[in-house]
Design a protein around this ligand. Structure first.
Ligand code: HEM
Ligand code: HEM
Ligand SMILES: [Fe+2]
Length: 464
């Protein structure tokens, strides 16, 4: 095993741990909807939600870094350049996360001064981390970018997937710099902030997960490089073609000029296309190889990624991306339903697949299967789909009763929050959330226990 792959395992361990922290704060956040006066003046909903969504962003980033450190030496046939720096920044990254989490939990907020921006909370959703920590994360990302580029240069060889990945690092790091800017004008501030949030999840991260999907398919099914790379190019072209101007779907109601209604509506309506491409890609490969794989959990998770990315991001996003509809759904639990489904389908399922790729290698199993992963798979998927449906129900109640009938007044919002459909949606989310948490426990159990030797003859991937 390469030294960089051992670093991946550390990144995966940190990621799985933060995944757990995220679930705890997700459950806590959900509890406020059932008991609104919970922990009043001790720990408020917004801090709990910050912990939930910031750990989400960080654990997924850590898993992505781990996946790249895992596959880089495999793709290029040599150890990653500058490993000591990479190892050092891993610990820096963990330390930053722990300190920021402690500040969020114990300090929570500060006066409206520069001190607060630098040391407590920047107040920008998903990237609330104070400025000093943001600088720390930029350093981690720069070291990571250096590792990738220097390894490519030293290896004197490049694969198509590596080109896409290396080029994707540029926008990935550049849009993060957006976490620094702030403007007293709220419209201007949101205008730039969306570059970060939208361009990450609907452009650069999608390209990254496309690369991961290509690598995993080659790994667990032996799909030929020519096929995965051709698909990757098509997907990337479509993602960037639709995703960049698709940004406009966040500009409908923040005070931007009216032409964003048409631009945002049109381009974001095209965004499901590349995701459909990924589904066809996965199904095609699975069919061409008659479902033969050496790693069943990884294969199931990566195929599920393709489908749920399309459904959660593509269909759930498409539902409310036209301004005519978004007028009613904007900022309701409908959005939250899509947010959960998309993040889960597009990224969580994909990184669970790479965890299993690593598990197969570290345990030396020629063929990976068993029972526990199926429990995790079932509980996580049913838990998430149940939560998403509960949220959709609640969101529809808000859209119909609060917006369409009630006319968007504060009173209508309050009344809709007491509507039985809304309330049952919140209970359903809580129940399925607990199921999801049980799935997480099964996942961790399965990842850390060594696989039983399986009697079935190891299935070798077909030669490409
Ligand atoms: C036990 C499981 C979970 C529970 C109970 C839960 C609960 C919650 C709650 C209560 C909120 C606040 C929503 C609001 O502002 O009204 C939230 C937001 C969010 N959660 Fe979760 N969550 C869970 C798992 C997840 C997972 C696995 C992901 C990602 C894959 C995720 C991603 C998000 C995102 C992106 C938001 C922000 C959505 C928005 O404001 O539109 N959550 N979650
Ligand atoms: C992996 C891909 C995606 C992820 C992770 C994702 C996640 C999210 C999240 C978390 C939000 C809530 C943002 C907030 O206000 O805090 C959001 C909003 C939104 N997303 Fe996505 N999304 C994805 C893809 C898409 C696609 C493909 C479309 C359209 C076809 C779409 C359409 C929308 C729209 C219209 C909103 C605004 C909702 C509102 O009015 O509040 N998304 N997305
Ligand atoms: Fe977006």
């Amino acid at each position: 095993m390469y030294r960089s792959q051992r670093l991946s395992l550390r990144y995966y361990a940190a990621a799985v741990t933060l995944f757990g922290v995220m679930i705890v704060f997700g459950l806590l956040s959900a509890l406020y909807y059932l008991y609104p006066s919970l922990l009043f003046n001790v720990f408020n909903f917004s801090t709990s939600k910050i912990m939930h969504i910031d750990t989400l962003v960080i654990w997924l980033l850590m898993a992505f870094l781990g996946a790249v450190y895992w596959y880089l030496p495999k793709e290029l046939g040599r150890e990653v350049e500058g490993m000591w720096l990479a190892e050092l920044t891993f610990w820096v990254f963990c330390a930053v996360v722990i300190v920021v989490a402690a500040v969020f939990i114990f300090v929570q907020y500060g006066p409206a001064t520069d001190f607060t921006l630098w040391f407590i909370n920047q107040g920008r959703k998903y990237v609330e981390a104070p400025r000093w920590a943001t600088i720390g994360i930029v350093v981690v990302m720069l070291v990571f970018a250096y590792n990738v580029v220097a390894t490519c240069v030293k290896a004197h060889r490049m694969t198509g997937i590596m080109w896409v990945l290396a080029l994707d690092l540029i926008p990935l790091v550049l849009v993060y710099l957006d976490a620094f800017s702030y403007d007293r004008n709220m419209s201007t501030d949101l205008y730039w902030w969306w570059w970060l949030v939208h361009m990450w999840v609907e452009s650069t991260w999608e390209v990254l997960i496309g690369c991961v999907m290509a690598l995993v398919l080659m790994d667990v099914m032996g799909t030929s490089r020519r096929i995965v790379e051709t698909w990757l190019y098509i997907e990337v072209m479509l993602v960037l073609g639709a995703g960049i101007l698709g940004l406009g779907h966040h500009y409908f109601w923040i005070g931007t000029p009216q032409y964003w209604l048409s631009i945002g509506g049109f381009f974001s309506a095209l965004e499901p296309l590349p995701l459909l491409g990924m589904v066809i890609h996965a199904v095609y490969d699975a069919g061409a190889h008659r479902l033969k794989t050496t790693n069943r959990p990884a294969f199931f998770w990566i195929t599920t990624e393709a489908f749920l990315n399309f459904i959660g991001a593509g269909i759930w996003g498409f539902m409310m991306t036209l301004p005519q509809i978004n007028l009613f759904t904007h900022g309701t639990q409908w959005t939250v339903s899509h947010g959960h489904f998309a993040f889960y389908g597009a990224y969580v399922c994909g990184v669970i697949a790479v965890f299993y790729v690593a598990k197969q290698k570290t345990s030396g199993a020629a063929y990976l299967d068993g029972k526990a992963w199926k429990w995790a798979y079932g509980l996580l998927n049913i838990g998430m789909v149940g939560m998403v449906m509960g949220l959709l129900l609640a969101g529809m109640a808000q859209a119909f009763f609060g917006r369409a009938i009630g006319g968007s007044t504060l009173m209508a919002f309050t009344t809709a929050s007491e509507n039985p459909w809304f309330v049952s949606g919140m209970y359903a989310r809580m129940l399925f959330g607990l199921m999801f948490a049980a799935g997480y426990v099964a996942l961790v159990y399965d990842l850390v226990t060594s696989p039983r030797r399986i009697a079935t003859p190891a299935l070798q991937p077909e030669p490409a």
